[in-house]
Design a protein around this ligand. Sequence first.
Ligand code: ADP
Ligand code: F6P
Length: 448
Amino acid sequence: MGRLVVVSNRVPAPRDRLQPAGGLAVALRSALKEGSCLWFGWSGQQVSEKVGHDHAVNVDTVENITYATIDLTHAEYDGFYQKYSNGILWPLCHYRAGLMDYERKDQIIYQNVNEMFARKLLPLLQPGDQIWIHDYHLFPLGQALRDLGVAAPIGFFLHIPFPPWSLMRALPEAHSLLRSMQAYDVIGVQTEDDARNMNDGFSMVGATAKAEVFPIGIDPDSFAKQAADGLANLEVQRLKESLRGKPFIIGVDRLDYSKGLPERFRGYEVFLERYPEHRGKVVYLQVAPVSRGNVPEYRALRQELDAAAGRINGTYGEFDWTPIRYLTHSVPRTLLASFYRLADVALVTPLRDGMNLVAKEYVAAQDKADPGVLILSRFAGAAPDMEAALMVNPHDADEIADALHKALTMPNGERQARWDHLEPDVWRVTALTWARDFIQALGKARSA
Ligand code: ADP
Ligand code: F6P
């Protein structure tokens, strides 16, 4: 077996205890535990644009993975990462074309950075490599590599949703972007809807590419173990003591408008309004680490949530009870797993999400003799396979409120029956099966 070369914009720093929040890094770290692998991408650092700056590659090998990363200049970070990737492609792919902040100059920077990635990766490639490119930051990278003469198998996986052509065509470069994807031997997406939308797009622009479904998952065994083992941890004990036996609701999301956080807070507010018997008795912890904090929509969202949390706590709080505990920083994964296990309810209510790993992590973390209840948005990619969760429309605050009441009053028999339905899928479709299936398909496509 040759080497696997993974390329993504976000690459976790291999030696940091606090890993970046985000499904891509989490799933890939779980998937790449075996075999020899090169992981190439952005270091997470910005440098000033010095004359002669040419993106030195920094290499660090930890266990079976060699991490090769480059810094971005301030201008690249702004145009490629903040503006085009996260100010245009992200909202468009999450069905929010109205939030797109389009300027043609950013597309040029996006294209240039993709070409720079290709130039920097080229000397690191070896005969026999298979290349696997990830996510919307790097749609044109396959074509840029082909233009440099790379003949190796190249696959692409999109971690986020793909919109219908009626929306996609709002992007001025929709044609060239979709056509550039013909460079890939295999194209993977999360759900049937995404595959249908992308394939419609391909046929609209006359491209012969084809998207297939490769649903992503977690590493359920190690997550379940972490959740159980971590209960003895001092910080987990501190959380437990602070709850004093009160029912505990948890939400864990990057602070992103696709996650439906204002709508969720509103749902919780309506729940306190309409079900006063829970006032003073429940605790809701929302962990929402700041993400892409300099993109204007994300900054506005943070202000909105700060205000909403303040309003709810001010209105319903008592001198000895705070309705929402709201953190905008990350929590180590080891703690997070046990936090999930302590939680009676998880609120996972994105307005639109590629898959949503938090939903799967919550299920994996439960004690099967006394499991908690998952409240899940119909618009998460995970929804079709998790119908035993309490499904909600995240736009409907009353539905969230009713689901919270139902979850908090659900007898153990029903909680167990629901968990028994959720569990098999979380263990069947994992980060490892996802990566194995994709890499197998890539191998076959090339030999065919
Ligand atoms: P996305 O990729 O859009 O961020 P996912 O739900 O698929 O959404 O993946 C998020 C991943 O990041 C999960 O594995 C989750 O545990 C992790 N994560 C989210 N928030 C935090 C946090 N505050 N601290 C640590 N990890 C987090
Ligand atoms: O899984 C979706 C995703 O957008 C990844 O591509 C990304 O790495 C992650 O969420 C977090 O976002 P960012 O890399 O911008 O911090």
